[in-house]
Design a protein around this ligand. Structure first.
Ligand SMILES: C[S@@+](CC[C@H](N)C(=O)[O-])C[C@H]1O[C@@H](n2cnc3c(N)ncnc32)[C@H](O)[C@@H]1O
Length: 196
């Protein structure tokens, strides 16, 4: 498994594919075990690196992971097959902004289209079990959130603004108790309270 993961990681780095950094991923794998998280909805599969890592480190974990790009989705399917994890990782090729599922998950990892996290949270938060977790990766977004002055394009500026607004809204939302962690490129952990 380690060899396969190293191969996927090297491929992703060589092709400049955006995968989670190892510090964040390693923390998340432990966190999932510690919290007893057994079902995860991941938005943003890429080629399956995070899903395979998290499933390999947590034998009870079942993952549904969404990817809009067909080539990446197909590569993820192949990597999941090589890892022998087809029984626990379900890869779906779809636009997560319009996809629908009735299942409940004990955690949702938002690692897809950053400008659409608000829309994704609205779409999927009812799929979260009571006291489930919303996990947001890349909260410092390569340092852009703290240094918006260095951003040169309007598109990136809009994306950074929307991502920043989303994080502030989530932290202010009384439904969630949030913790921001300075690990990797930053993680935001939001625990949903009991439904009343
Ligand atoms: C940061 S990468 C995911 C990395 C992956 N979690 C990992 O660490 O191995 C984000 C992925 O989200 C995908 N994506 C972008 N917009 C999407 C959408 N609307 N629905 C589903 N996936 C989307 C991108 O194609 C990209 O592969």
């Amino acid at each position: 498994m380690e060899e396969l993961l190293e191969k996927i990681r090297k491929e992703a780095l060589y092709e400049k594919l955006p995968i989670m950094d190892d510090d964040g991923l390693s923390f998340l794998a432990d966190f999932i075990g510690d919290q007893g998280i057994t079902s995860l909805l991941e938005v943003g599969t890429c080629i399956g690196y995070s899903a395979i890592t998290l499933a390999a480190r947590n034998p009870e974990l079942v993952i549904t992971t969404l990817e809009i790009d067909e080539q990446r989705h197909l590569r993820a399917l192949e990597n999941v097959r090589k890892a022998g994890l087809e029984g626990r990782i379900r890869c779906i090729c779809c636009d997560s902004r319009s996809w629908h599922i009735d299942d409940r998950f004990s955690a949702i990892l938002l690692d897809g289209p950053k400008a659409h996290n608000r829309q994704l949270l609205t779409r999927y938060q009812d799929n979260l079990t009571e006291e489930g977790w919303i996990i947001v990766d890349d909260v410092y977004f390569h340092g852009f959130l703290d240094n918006p002055g260095v951003i040169r394009t309007r598109r990136l500026r809009t994306l950074v603004r929307k991502f920043s607004e989303f994080q502030k809204e989530l932290e202010a939302d009384p439904l969630y108790e949030c913790t921001r962690l300075n690990i990797g490129d930053g993680l935001l952990l939001a625990k949903r309270g009991k439904r009343t």
